[in-house]
Design a protein around this ligand. Structure first.
Ligand code: FDA
Length: 393
């Protein structure tokens, strides 16, 4: 029977950070992961450059049934702390937009950095190793690993992420552990995910597939202004991924496809100044050409702008500044960047991530019901929750 102070399930962002911190405190640490390589989601993140944090991180950038839960960890381990670590390893980075920090080179540098730190903290990593059984014992836990080894630990850290991208090994195993050990769960759903249209709407919009534009996308009072992309299934792009975390089946979404342009005023002015111009040409001054064409066709405004009544211009303007529709669904966990919901934060201590009713059991990272916006917030949560547990295990 092998014995460790701390056993971490999952060598992702949160698990590696927790292991490093626990190892630095002199704890003996074993990290197991069923994947062939550690930190696979880090490697593919940010288009291969890893958007590893956001300098504007604040609790308001996170969704959770208990919005205050993330405050303590985010305060204890900040973007500045992670930036110091990145600088210590001489990894060059830049701010792309909106406080989002990316590696200049490759996301692999972040994985290497974490592995180097784990080695320095004398953490042991076993890959291609799953967990077959977990039992509570006096003073800790006993685990049967898929390698055949039986391991005992005082602290068990569940860092196996959410359900997004099953192709990359996401299993939902963390939720099973929570169920087994009677820790509460908040219903999960795919988030930061493209939204899809029903067949009839798709037929109409299919010619737009591949067109991108800047848009304000709103769900109720929540709004994001970022890029939007028409796809062959519906809509994607940062603004749509952001709003997908708030959207529920049956809800409407409102899109302003020309932010900062009062389309009605622009159309009326064009009718006076250039009456012989085609409606779609006028619309193309503030919309991509293909979108301008489809919107004009949809409203039956195919002639010159001079032929359009105020009523028609009003309809055209609404289609531009307040296009309202009901997505039929999302692309699901297959492409979702994260999982909304998860381990109920009411059952966890916000300072340590320890389960209130199961001493020695910790949940960190995406498996917990804390989900960040797009833009480096999810990694900052993984680092911060991992760091916090690392001080306590
Ligand atoms: P993570 O999923 O990273 O790690 C979990 C680990 O547990 C994995 O190594 C997995 O193999 C292992 N595991 C799972 N089940 C197991 C089992 N049964 N037994 C053993 N091991 C098991 N965020 C961000 O802030 N900036 C970004 O740029 C991006 N980009 C991005 C791109 C794409 C394509 C995706 C899918 C996601 C992102 N994200 C992101 C989100 C980010 O990747 C995510 O929030 C973190 O990786 C979560 O870290 P965790 O450590 O909690 O889980």
């Amino acid at each position: 029977m092998e014995q460790f102070d701390v056993l971490v399930i999952g060598a992702g962002a949160a698990g590696m950070m927790c292991a490093i911190e626990a190892g630095k405190r002199g704890r003996s640490v074993l990290v197991v992961d069923h994947a062939k390589a550690p930190g696979e989601k880090i490697r593919i993140s940010g288009g291969g450059r890893c958007n590893f944090t956001n300098i504007h991180t604040a609790p308001a950038n996170f969704l959770s049934a208990n919005p205050k839960f993330c405050v303590s960890a985010l305060r204890r381990y900040t973007p500045k702390d992670f930036i110091s670590l990145v600088q210590k390893h001489a990894i060059a980075f830049h701010e792309k937009t909106l406080g989002q920090l990316f590696c200049d080179g490759s996301a692999k540098q972040i994985v290497t950095m974490l592995l180097t730190e784990m080695e320095a903290a004398r953490c042991e990593l076993r890959l291609e190793t799953g967990v077959d059984r977990i039992a509570r014992i006096d003073g800790g836990f006993e685990l049967a690993l898929s390698s055949g080894a039986n391991v005992r630990c005082q602290s068990l850290v569940v860092a196996c992420g959410g359900k997004s991208i099953p192709k990359m090994g996401a299993t939902g195993f963390g939720y099973e552990i929570a169920r087994q050990l009677r820790v509460g769960l908040v219903e999960t759903r795919p988030a930061l995910v493209p939204l899809t249209f029903e067949v009839r709407a798709l037929e109409r919009l299919v010619p737009l597939s591949g067109v991108a534009l800047d848009a304000v996308v709103a769900h109720g009072k929540t709004k994001f202004q970022e890029g939007m992309l028409f796809t062959h299934r519906g809509l994607s792009g940062p603004s749509i991924l952001q709003i997908s975390s708030y959207w529920r089946e049956g809800d409407e979404i409102r899109v302003d496809m020309a932010p900062g342009v009062d389309a009605l005023a622009a159309l009326k002015a064009a009718r006076t100044a250039t009456p012989k111009r085609a409606v779609s040409t006028v619309m193309a001054s503030f919309l991509p050409q293909r979108v301008a064409q489809i919107v004009s066709d949809d409203e039956g405004a195919q002639g010159n702008i001079a032929d359009c009544s105020d009523k028609v211009l009003g309809r055209l303007a609404a289609a531009v500044n307040a296009w309202t529709f009901k997505p039929v669904g999302s692309e699901g966990y297959r492409t979702a960047e994260v999982t909304l919901g998860g381990v109920d934060t009411n059952d966890l201590d916000s300072r340590t991530m320890q389960a209130k009713d199961v001493p020695g059991l910790y949940f960190i990272g995406e498996v917990v019901d804390v989900t960040g916006w797009l833009g480096g917030f999810n990694f900052q949560w993984a680092w911060a929750s991992g760091w916090s547990a690392g001080q306590a295990v």
